[in-house]
Design a protein around this ligand. Structure first.
Ligand SMILES: Nc1nc2c(ncn2[C@@H]2O[C@H](COP(=O)(O)OP(=O)(O)OP(=O)(O)O)[C@@H](O)[C@H]2O)c(=O)[nH]1
Length: 622
């Protein structure tokens, strides 16, 4: 007897997945997700139920003006099942009329041509916002490229995605918005925010590499953000690809793939050949449909900054994701403590647009200051209202700062200055706000109880003469990411003895920070055992005093090592091996199994004593 997947059956029957799940719930049939399979018996039962419902509907007097009998029947069915009047089917019909808000869907859309006859309070569906996360080089950019049919990876320095972007993709399943989150650990901050902006997370895992540290991190972020997760096993075209290993590895994280009886959807794909990409899009659509994502284009505007930067020609540009309401050219927007009036908007293809509804990423021109990634964007009625919002926020911030200052003073008074803590002063310069924040995020995690990092200034653009002056008085290092100092600034830095270090690859910058941190750490030494020797005879030397004629029983003994002399259980002397001889020769080291003469600069040594040697070694600090 053959089995059928739930979403395939829903498609065949022209039903919403949610509706079919309701019927299955009613029948008490267990399933994990829409891609679970059900028995043919159950399919027969479902068909009978639907036929009965259809017959009942046909007998009932037409209560609504809807022209589509299928939509009406399903509406009624769903109402019976849920007890609600706002059915998914009805909303889908409305969403269709919104054009841009239609979520990807695999089921039919019977009411597509019908203008929304639903009550005004019903909120239409919106397109899902998807973030692609995973380990570096596992193919996130390539996968997006394949979906967008453009080449982005080739343009990036060092092959690493440097900025967050967002793109709309018109797929065969409808509109899906992808947030292109960078892969390297450095961008954890942005990635975390990416997951929060996103409705669905795709975890890309290379089939030839399996789970890597950033894969685990990405999974943790998606879990923390409580967004549904799909796993794309990429690079399945490679001969060494081992998708089964990836699935097994996933189970170790309690992520059990469906085919192993779990509920994690795992899709094998190749960004190179395109294999499986359609399936992935279909799963995204299915997940989105179940999430029942809605936003009101007529509601109050709410959005989030994905990325902010300064363009030499255009000025401040910000990518904003519209989450609620609609943005219009000419609107006043407030972000943090700055505001702007939208002078122009472009969509993800670079085309000028005048309005942007929910789930639309737009590049906005008109902010006076570069907004930070992840910041919330609010609309203001007019300039006056925008200023008022900012004034209130500035006051809140000042109040909070004052409270912090007071707390710090009290602490200092109580504890006094912490003289042992060292501080590394840094000035950060990067090409975008996103990069600045990402680097700051990492730096914060690198601080320890012994070394503090003081970012004196963090800004966008090349370092200035002012930065150099600040660095020289504060003994700070200037770290640049994707920006370089002009010749003039470099010259001043040279004369002032200020280091300006520029990097195009984030982890090289981080390596430099590690070096700076190490340079500022007090070295930590640890006593390390070397070996021991048994004193077999004591020889008196007229110049050096008593020499212990010994036999090395373990490890080795070294000249200048620390020496501990024990007699029975008692430590009788602690000093240094000032002399070590083999026959008449001075030696540096004597190994196990050899006899030697040991001078510990103590005449009390006796036959039968044990001399234990150890040395102080510098330990690597984390
Ligand atoms: N054979 C094969 N190679 C792939 C596939 N997907 C990506 N690659 C290659 O893997 C390398 C890394 O791909 P990217 O798309 O840059 O990876 P990424 O995860 O975006 O990397 P970062 O942006 O650096 O985090 C590139 O050389 C790609 O050509 C695939 O499906 N098959």
């Amino acid at each position: 007897m053959s089995k059928v997947r739930i979403y395939t059956l829903a498609k065949d029957l022209g039903l919403e997945n949610a509706k079919l799940l309701e019927i299955l719930d009613g029948l008490g049939v267990a399933y994990k997700s829409v891609s679970s399979t059900i028995e043919e018996d159950t399919v027969v039962l479902i068909k009978e139920i639907l036929a009965e419902e259809g017959a009942a509907e046909a007998q009932a007097p037409a209560a609504t003006p809807e022209t589509q009998p299928t939509a009406a029947a399903e509406k009624d069915t769903a109402e019976k099942a849920t007890g609600q009047t706002n059915t998914a089917q009805q909303d889908r019909a409305e969403a269709k009329t919104e054009q841009t808000s239609e979520p990807a869907s695999t089921s039919e859309a019977p009411a597509a041509a019908t203008p929304a006859a639903a009550p005004a309070q019903d909120i239409p569906h919106r397109a899902p916002v998807v973030t692609i996360m995973g380990h570096v080089d596992h193919g996130k950019t390539s996968l997006l490229d394949y979906i967008r049919k453009t080449k982005v990876a080739a343009k990036e320095a060092g092959g690493i995605t440097q900025h967050v972007g967002a793109f709309e993709a018109q797929t065969s399943k409808g509109k899906i918005v992808f947030i292109d989150t960078p892969g390297h650990e450095a961008f954890t901050t942005i990635r975390a925010r990416g997951a929060n902006v996103a409705d669905i997370a795709i975890i890309v895992i290379a089939a030839d590499d399996s789970l890597m540290p950033q894969t685990r991190e990405a999974i943790a972020h998606a879990q923390a953000a409580k967004v549904p997760m799909l796993v794309a096993i990429n690079k399945v075209d490679l001969p060494q690809a081992d998708p089964e290993r990836v699935k097994t590895d996933l189970t170790q994280l309690n992520l059990v793939p469906e085919e192993y009886g779990g509920d994690v959807i795992v899709v094998p794909v190749s960004a190179r050949t395109g294999e499986g990409v359609e399936d992935l899009l279909e799963y995204i659509s299915l997940t989105a449909e179940l999430e029942d994502l809605r936003a009101d284009p007529k509601g109050e505007f709410a959005g989030v900054v994905i990325e902010g930067k300064v363009d030499r020609q255009a000025g401040v540009l910000a990518t904003v994701m519209v989450q609620e309401g609609t943005l219009h050219v000419g609107d006043f927007l407030v972000v943090g403590e700055s505001y702007g009036k939208i002078k122009a908007m472009t969509d993800s293809n670079g085309g000028r647009i005048k309005d942007a509804g929910p789930s639309t990423p737009v590049q906005v021109l008109g902010f006076s200051e570069v907004p930070s990634s992840g910041e919330k964007v609010q609309a203001a009625k007019n300039e006056h209202a925008a200023r008022e919002i900012i004034a209130a926020r500035a006051q809140d911030r000042r109040d909070a700062e004052n409270a912090r200052t007071q707390r710090r003073l009290t602490l200092e008074e109580m504890m006094g200055p912490l003289g042992t803590v060292r501080t590394v002063n840094l000035i950060l310069r990067a090409d975008t706000q996103g990069s600045v924040e990402a680097i700051q995020g990492i730096l914060a995690r690198k601080e320890s109880d012994d070394v503090k990092i003081n970012v004196m200034l963090a800004g966008i653009g090349a370092p200035t003469e002012g930065d150099v002056l600040l660095a020289s008085t504060a003994e700070a290092t200037i770290l640049c990411f994707s920006v370089t100092a002009s010749g003039g600034v470099k010259k001043i830095a040279d004369t002032k003895g200020v280091d300006i270090k520029s990097f195009r690859i984030i982890y090289e910058l981080i390596d430099e920070v590690d070096r700076l941190l190490k340079g500022n750490l007090e070295p930590v030494f640890e006593e390390q055992y070397l070996g021991r020797a048994e004193v077999r005879m004591v020889i008196h030397h007229p110049k050096s005093g008593n020499i212990a004629g010994s036999y090395v029983t373990d490890g080795s003994l070294k000249r200048n090592a620390k020496a501990k002399v024990t007699r029975g259980k008692e430590v009788v002397y602690e000093g240094t091996i000032v002399g070590l001889k083999r026959f008449k020769d001075d030696v540096r080291e004597v190994q196990t199994g050899y006899e030697c003469g040991i001078n510990v600069d103590w005449d009390g040594v006796k036959e039968g004593d044990i001399i234990e040697a150890s040395e102080m070694v510098e330990v690597e600090q984390a």
